[in-house]
Design a protein around this ligand. Structure first.
Ligand SMILES: Cc1cc2nc3c(=O)[nH]c(=O)nc-3n(C[C@H](O)[C@H](O)[C@H](O)COP(=O)(O)OP(=O)(O)OC[C@H]3O[C@@H](n4cnc5c(N)ncnc54)[C@H](O)[C@@H]3O)c2cc1C
Length: 395
């Protein structure tokens, strides 16, 4: 089978690894528009469950990813002069996005995948001799946009502005900082992804963004201003930017992509091209890798191709559905942040951890907090099966 993957992100690269690893006779090429070693963003988080699934599908990639990752098991919070540490925040892992792509590319090449860098594919007709074209070309997928009506693409644009930054401070935990300015609240979360670097994602409402002058400021000035605002969290360490050619910071509004169908003939969508989930749940890379695994498994079960692609879409879509729901609630929680900022910090923190659940958005915050605490105090008396049911996200 001749397979073309458009996009050398996690989805395209991991899919190529799994196909070539199991069936070396396949002819697999990944086309990536950027040069090798250049990508956007800083580090990404993932959980232990991703490591477990990677181990099941390609143990060599799983080991390499774990070896290059940083682990934490505590969450820390800053809000003005108040701080709080949550030792039960949970375990997490971070890895540099570039490092992840380098590892996947190395593994893919080792298995015989061709990676054509600096090769942008504008139209799948350029790949007419391929039996299968995988569109792993990210949230702004050109492959998908050309057939947006067929795919039934919907793109929702978030209200808040965000910027994806790095920091020269290597945190030893997952850190949140919520700060009030004369123009409203602005917040940041950060986590380490290497021994000397962390990711910091900063977000605020559009009024705050304009009020603080970020719509006009050059990146260098933006970073200085943000370093002052988040001084407690950064402890004197600089923020690092990835500004554009004009020297402006890359503020964006998050785009939630969904599609009615993920396939058209021999063209199939995977990863962000098929779906995006708000960055505040840190799941996009995990879902892209999961799509890759499900697509490879569906194809390896055998032809005909349309049946395999339908199988893939069915399985991957159901995995994505609940993540997109949680992501929607999570982004709403942040868009309504002032609803929670009058609460004592521990109460606000608890509600932030429940933000993927619908009830948090409908109950008055204090009532929600005390209801949760009352339930938590009696949970020991509830039979285990009922507890599992109660723990399911509310849809
Ligand atoms: C601020 C922020 C923070 C995030 N944090 C996390 C996190 O902590 N954890 C997590 O799991 N996820 C996170 N994500 C999401 C994650 O980055 C994406 O979900 C993930 O990268 C999707 O992988 P992908 O392979 O589908 O697409 P991408 O990683 O976007 O890769 C697509 C590739 O295709 C290439 N390409 C595009 N068009 C073409 C073309 N026409 N021809 C050839 N090549 C092309 C691009 O250059 C790119 O290399 C975050 C996202 C944002 C915005």
């Amino acid at each position: 089978m001749k397979i073309a993957c458009v996009g050398g992100g996690p989805a395209g690269l991991y899919f190529s690894i799994l196909m070539k690893g199991v069936a070396p006779s396949h002819d697999v090429t990944v086309y990536e528009r950027n040069p090798a070693g250049s990508t956007y963003g800083w580090g990404v988080t993932y959980s232990e469950s991703l490591l477990r699934s990677l181990h099941a599908t390609d143990p060599e990639s799983a080991r390499a990813i774990l070896d290059s990752s940083v682990r934490w098991d505590r969450w820390d919070y800053f809000r003005g002069p108040r701080t709080m540490s949550d030792p039960e925040g949970g375990e997490g892992f971070g890895i540099g996005r570039q490092r992840l792509l380098d590892l996947l590319a190395e593994r893919a090449r080792g298995l015989g995948v061709r990676i054509a860098y600096e090769r942008e594919i504008a139209d799948e007709r350029e790949l007419a001799d391929a039996d299968l074209v995988v569109a792993g070309d990210g949230a702004g997928s050109r492959m998908r946009e050309r057939h947006a009506v067929h795919f039934g693409t919907e793109v929702g644009v978030g209200r808040n502005s965000y910027v994806w930054l790095g920091s020269a401070r290597a945190f030893d935990s997952f850190v949140f900082s919520f700060e009030e300015t004369e123009h409203g609240w602005i917040w940041c979360y950060g986590y380490p992804y290497s021994p000397d670097r962390s990711t910091c994602v900063v977000e605020c409402a559009p009024e705050t963004w304009k009020g603080l002058g970020f719509d006009r400021a050059r990146e260098a000035d933006t970073l200085v201003r943000l370093e002052k605002i988040f001084a407690g969290m950064l402890d004197g360490h600089p923020l690092l930017g990835q500004g554009d050619a004009q020297g402006s910071a890359r503020w964006l509004n998050f785009r939630t992509v969904s599609n009615r169908t993920w396939r058209r003939g021999n063209l199939v969508l995977a990863g962000d091209a098929a779906h995006t989930t708000h960055y505040s749940i840190g799941a996009g890379t995990t879902l892209a890798l999961r799509d890759a695994a499900l697509l490879a498994a569906a194809l390896l079960q055998g032809p005909p191709l349309p049946v395999a692609l339908a199988r893939y879409e069915r399985q991957a879509r159901s995995a994505v559905r609940s993540a997109q729901r949680s992501a929607r609630y999570s982004s709403q929680w942040y868009e309504n942040l002032p609803r929670y900022t009058d609460l004592p910090l521990p109460q606000m923190v608890l509600l932030s951890k429940l933000r993927g659940y619908r009830l948090v958005h409908h109950l008055p915050p204090k009532l929600c907090y005390f209801t949760h605490q009352a339930a938590a105090n009696t949970v020991g008396r509830i039979p285990r099966a009922m507890r599992r049911k109660a723990a399911r996200p509310i849809s």
